[in-house]
Design a protein around this ligand. Structure first.
Ligand SMILES: Cc1cc2nc3c(=O)[nH]c(=O)nc-3n(C[C@H](O)[C@H](O)[C@H](O)COP(=O)(O)OP(=O)(O)OC[C@H]3O[C@@H](n4cnc5c(N)ncnc54)[C@H](O)[C@@H]3O)c2cc1C
Length: 419
């Protein structure tokens, strides 16, 4: 293994797999990407979480989902299926081990540790994306106006001071903004706000789907190939790693598991039991909302962003802990529509809606690193709420691991068998 040209298989053509594949090709390796439905001409991409997110590269997101006091909120999550963070009763038993890990990750000490680790990745996220976007011709998709978190009451604004202090301590650049300043920034936004935070380093990718398709083209242009198939039965030996696609078994020197929320089974076949589950998220697209906002706006209590993107205004977010099998819950998209009716009535009634599967670990940290059993398998999944933001840096780290280069960052917090 090591620096020489290697045959690498990447499983998953979400943004994490695509960014990994392109970095590997830039290092001179031979790369095949396996996906059930890769983002090539004529194919849909709606199955991938990378399709429907809130389009925001969000270096401010150093705070994990589970924070102190979350344990007290679990009954409420069960009782209110329409809350911004909800648990489906039918999935509770299957979710239990993940939920225990989630609550365990919410202590003050853990939150501090997790935020420190997240900030290491987030501070390098943009620099790692840029060369890929440039190569893919995707720079036109960037709209860099920052991102606003808004507060409706003085109490919420006061609480945001603690939040701002925490983020600042973890390296986030932010400005506190008054109601007048918000009005100047977003004149079309009804003034429910009393104040807010402006994260100037955040930016929008106006179409994550287009980004994926451009990355796929760049991969093809460098001689990478796509295999449209389900990847199954991973097997590692001293000499190689193999995986079944249809009736065939493909072999490689290295294999990257970047299968998003579906990575758990493959990781287990590689020898690593990971507590990966999914935080299902939703979006509703408001084509009439085109041009109303300049930057993503989030009233944090509603749990979703309103993001100006290529197709209109996308209201995207919320968390539903409910596994990979249950269909889209119409009541949750209705909840988003109702909130937008109040928060941004000019956006109209909304058109298409979508549900996607965030690949989430209980501690909100991704899994990036070699399998414990063999360096031939590299994990790159579990990016939760931050896969669009962190795909570039993950791809770079994957290529460091394949080349046996020091990654320049301590990967132990992202270890597959971390505590
Ligand atoms: C509502 C919502 C809003 C969000 N907003 C943001 C945001 O603003 N900023 C941000 O940074 N992140 C955001 N995210 C999170 C982000 O979208 C995800 O973290 C990211 O898309 C995960 O990318 P991925 O490549 O790991 O997975 P995916 O995009 O899901 O890709 C995984 C791919 O693997 C394929 N696959 C899986 N198993 C197999 C198999 N066995 N064989 C073949 N193919 C397989 C699937 O078909 C899929 O194409 C949001 C998510 C949601 C749901």
């Amino acid at each position: 293994m090591g620096a020489a040209r290697q045959n690498v298989i990447v499983v998953g053509a979400g943004l994490v797999g695509l960014a990994s594949a392109l970095y590997l090709l830039r290092d001179g390796h031979s790369v095949a990407v396996i996906d059930r439905e890769p983002p090539l001409d004529g194919s849909s991409y709606r199955h991938a979480c990378s399709y429907g997110n809130a389009c925001t590269v969000a270096p401010q997101s150093v705070v994990p989902v589970a924070t102190p006091g979350i344990a007290w909120r679990v009954p409420g999550m069960l009782l209110n299926p329409l809350g911004p963070l909800a648990i489906r009763w039918s999935y509770l038993a299957a979710l239990a081990p993940w939920l225990i890990g989630f609550v365990a990750a919410s202590s003050k000490a853990e939150v501090e540790r997790i935020s420190t680790a997240l900030s290491k990745l987030l501070s390098r996220a943009d620099a790692a994306w840029r060369p890929l976007m440039q190569e893919a011709g995707a720079e036109d998709l960037i709209a860099a106006h920052g991102c606003l978190y808004l507060y409706k009451s003085d109490a919420a604004r006061a609480a945001s001071d603690r939040d701002a202090e925490f983020r600042t301590r973890h390296g986030v650049r932010l400005d506190r903004v008054t109601a007048d300043e918000i009005r100047a920034l977003e004149p079309n936004l009804p003034p429910f706000y009393r104040g807010g935070l402006w994260f100037r380093d955040a930016y929008v990718i106006s179409s994550p789907e287009r980004l994926a398709r451009l990355l796929a083209r760049a991969i093809l242009a460098r001689g990478g190939r796509f295999v449209k198939a389900e990847a199954r039965d991973l097997s590692v030996s001293d000499g190689n790693v193999t995986i079944r696609v249809g009736e065939e078994r493909l072999a490689a020197d290295r294999l990257v598991i970047a299968a998003g929320a579906w990575s758990r089974t493959l990781a287990k076949q590689a020898g690593d039991e990971v507590q990966l589950d999914t935080e299902r998220g939703y979006h509703v697209l408001f084509p009439e909302g085109r041009g109303l906002l300049t930057r993503p706006v989030c009233y944090t209590e509603h749990g979703f962003y309103m993001t100006p993107m290529a197709d209109g205004l996308r209201a995207a977010g919320t968390v539903e802990l409910g596994g990979l099998k249950a269909p889209l819950n119409k009541k949750r998209t209705e909840m988003i529509r109702n909130a937008v009716r109040t928060l941004m009535p000019a956006a109209g009634e909304g058109a298409s809606e979508w549900m996607g599967f965030r690949p989430s670990m209980p501690d909100s940290l991704p899994v990036i690193g070699s399998s414990v059993r063999s360096g031939r398998v590299i994990h790159a999944f579990g990016h939760g709420h931050l896969g669009l933001t962190m795909a570039g840096i993950t791809g770079q780290l994957v290529s460091d691991l394949v080349a046996d280069r020091p990654p320049g960052i301590d990967l132990s917090p992202f270890h597959p068998r971390r505590r």
